[in-house]
Write a protein that binds this ligand. Structure first.
Ligand code: TYD
Ligand code: MG
Length: 458
């Protein structure tokens, strides 16, 4: 006998309650509760679970470490973010705005993987088989082992996974599929959670690798929100400006690798192309036209250094209190840098609006960007140009001192590779390697850095 139960679920955070509420006590959002019905099989689950328990507790010293099997996707930027390839039997969630290129990336990945002899089931819940076919023609994906299955019903999808026994299953997207066991509509928290959970079980049970697409809401959450992130092994985010051609792939969570790596792609007429040398892409416009308030910093994204342009605009404010606006860097970091500039350099910014912008849609988190930001602001305020082909790296302390950064040699190499003539680095950074054709200027204080980057100008 099936028992019918209803509950109210917050569509924002997944909080459940028996009665309707206006405001969610968990996430504080208003009007987010939706009534959902759950059909539960009235079977004696507890006994069944105990009978099937094949994994009793075991001493940690007796645990044998199994070799995790990784499959390369043949797309090195994707592999890099995954931590070296797809781990067999894991579930990867690929999240991103609609239209960013998630389906394109996974169709290309399917093409590569099926070319390597893997059997792939591509569940297309949003598009018909002919729509996928049109895209695959455009991307030149025409391999033998790739099955397209346009289906939204979870039970049917499950049936075909068991029948076909593929190596890899791609679900495009989790918001579009629904299970008969849940009475709410596709895309609701209960549906998403239930379907994702079942997919996870199938992945572990049958050792199938799953990649699931999830859309991101306007607020930037993975729709059907945070509930999915806890459940899956890896969360990969696909970001970028829909109106520009480059796209950034980054891991928000990875049970099988670190989350600091980024992968960079360019969207073209034949799909996504890997950008092997991102620095060139990010500073392309800088080298063409340079103005005051623009600096080049060397940021370390995972194991790869990258040159990025930071721009600042400083101008007299028309408002009673000046505005501080940042894009791509943390505002509190910028406020701290501005405070140091006022106190230690004597730059008066109390009547000035300050805008700081990182070009290329990159988010910079590491403090090694401090000095570049400070110099962009200071040179813009004083209306002087920084020497062209000069890169800047260093963390700023509250007394205006420049602190050492990690991986300095790798950063210098990247700067040198791109034909820069000068790099400003912290005085406390020591290294053994010798570098030719590049002037390395070591600075102790912000004030030294300012004179080091503009004193060659006539
Ligand atoms: P798509 O993969 O459908 O996005 P998502 O699945 O994330 O919603 O990609 C959609 C966009 O990509 C669309 O605006 C068209 C563009 N695109 C190209 O520019 N070149 C291509 O080769 C392909 C396949 C798509
Ligand atoms: Mg799509």
């Amino acid at each position: 006998m099936a028992k019918i139960k209803t509950k109210y679920v917050c569509q924002q955070c997944g909080y459940e309650t028996a009665r309707y509420m206006g405001k969610c006590p968990e996430c504080g959002m208003w009007d987010t509760f939706v009534e959902e019905t759950v059909v539960k099989e009235n079977s004696n689950i507890t006994n069944k679970t105990i009978l099937e328990d094949t994994n009793p507790p075991i001493l940690i010293k007796d645990v044998k470490i199994g070799e995790e099997i990784r499959v390369s996707t043949n797309i090195s930027e994707f592999d890099r973010v995954l931590g070296g390839g797809l781990v067999q039997g894991s579930l990867v969630l690929l999240a991103g705005d609609p239209g960013i290129g998630k389906s394109t990336l996974l169709l290309q990945t399917s093409g590569e993987l099926s070319g390597l002899g893997k059997k792939i089931l591509y569940v297309s819940a949003e598009e018909s088989a002919s729509q996928v076919k049109l895209r695959s023609d455009r991307l030149d994906v025409n391999t033998d082992n790739l099955y397209i299955y346009p289906q939204t019903n979870f039970e049917l999808i499950k049936k075909h996974i068991f029948e076909q026994n593929p190596d890899i299953v791609i679900v495009d997207s989790i918001q579009a599929i629904y299970s008969n066991d849940i009475q709410s509509s596709a895309g609701s928290v209960s549906q998403i959670r239930e379907c994702c959970n079942s997919l996870m079980h199938i992945a572990k049970q049958k050792n199938i690798t799953m990649i699931v697409i999830g859309h991101v809401t306007k607020e930037g959450n993975i729709a059907g929100p945070k509930v999915l992130e806890h459940m899956v092994d890896t969360v990969i985010q696909f970001e970028g400006d829909k109106y520009k051609s480059y796209r950034i792939l980054r891991a928000a969570k990875n049970r099988f690798g670190n989350t600091s790596e980024v992968g960079i792609f360019e969207m073209g007429t034949k799909g996504l192309k890997e950008v092997i040398n991102p620095s060139e892409l990010f500073i392309k416009e800088y080298t063409q036209s340079q103005s005051t308030g623009s600096t080049i910093i060397v940021t370390n994204e995972g194991t790869r250094p990258m040159l990025v342009e930071v721009q600042a605009l400083v101008g007299t404010t028309p408002y009673p209190s000046p505005r501080r606006v940042t894009n791509g860097v943390d505002i509190s970091r910028v406020l701290q840098i501005l405070a140091v500039l006022e106190k230690r350099v004597g730059l008066n910014l109390s009547k000035q609006d300050v805008y700081v912008n990182v070009i290329g849609g990159i988010d910079i988190e590491e403090p090694a960007a401090d000095l570049g930001i400070a110099l962009a602001v200071a040179t813009c305020a004083r209306d002087v140009m920084i020497d062209s082909h000069t890169a800047i790296v260093g963390e700023i302390g509250l007394s205006g001192e420049i602190r050492a950064v990690n991986n300095i040699e790798r950063r210098i190499k990247e700067v040198q590779k791109l034909g820069f003539k000068k790099i400003i680095i912290p005085a406390s950074n020591n290294f053994e390697e010798k570098f030719d054709n590049i002037e390395i200027v070591k600075v102790k204080k912000i004030i030294d850095a300012i004179s080091a980057c503009i004193n060659n100008k006539e």
